[in-house]
Design a protein around this ligand. Sequence first.
Ligand code: NAD
Length: 331
Amino acid sequence: MRIAVFSTKSFDREFFERSNKNFTDIHLKFFDVPLNTDTAKLTKGYEGICVFVNDQLNAETIALLKENDVKLIALRCAGFNNVDLKAAEEHGLKVVRVPAYSPQAVAEHALALIMTLNRKTHKAYNRVREGNFSLERLIGFDVHNRTVGVIGTGKIGMHFCKIMQGLGCRVIAYDKYPSDTVKGMGIPYVTLDELFAQANIISLHCPLTEETEHLINEVSLSKLKKGTMLINTSRGALIDTTCAIEALKSGQLGYLGIDVYEQEEQLFFRDLSESIIKDDQIMRLISFPNVLITAHQGFLTNEALEQIAIVTLTNIEQFSKGQKLENEVVL
Ligand code: NAD
């Protein structure tokens, strides 16, 4: 089966080529460009495509895929908010994904954001390299005994809960569908308003849906304890960036750590160091001393990349052999 792989980075090629040695009859063609309406023409002659978080699979792109006789959309990620599932169904395209590859990788990255923001190790590293051994303005806080609010206690959120319990935090949670396992860990589910009012640190681990878009907005931000730390490793549009900037300016938000950003598809996964960045909001965020941004690297561990490649290739193989699609995404 011929597969066109979009938005390819060196690590995608390395892990997919290595894992594909264990599969027969899957032929991968790697394209650096993202998939969108302009690049959809490249799919001619491929039965399947493999895409990542910022490829745009809207109705228009999907109609173009159908014209080219593409039959399978294989997401090499867990989230599928960038796919118009209705359009895929209407055109008879199957959609598969990698539901879990290493929830630990993303949960550990959330912890990295918390500890870096709190203990300012990124600033200390730069200072010491320049021979500046001053401790001025490096004061952090003990995470132990703080209240951590986790929104979304699925695979990643649950692991994040365990990590924070291990640090001696009081963990509270909100999820639309509470989990008995999480309750069994001694973690109470509270309402969103209770979580906003009690947490010192809030970490977002729910998917991006119509319901969760801009979950963090002017109203919810006003309900936080002053100085709360907000962490988002899930999807950028969970946070209304304009409101977050205002809350940072007023001090209502004490720290912001994000691995995802509302307009990230124009920026992330590229080296723009010699370009004029036109996105004023990200530049404003970068200017805050209490904001830490990473460019969607939560999944970037050896273990996760290997798992992503194996599960994606298995999904493709199941389709090509007409087997049951274990990881199909349906409406
Ligand atoms: P999951 O499906 O296992 O868990 C999601 C949880 O969110 C579930 O418990 C679900 O009940 C809950 N939920 C659904 N709707 C909700 C709502 N309206 N309010 C509150 N909770 C709600 O998913 P996961 O594997 O834990 O991944 C979580 C998110 O992390 C994904 O949706 C994806 O966007 C993101 N992610 C980011 C990276 C990264 O590299 N930064 C990597 C993988 C996943």
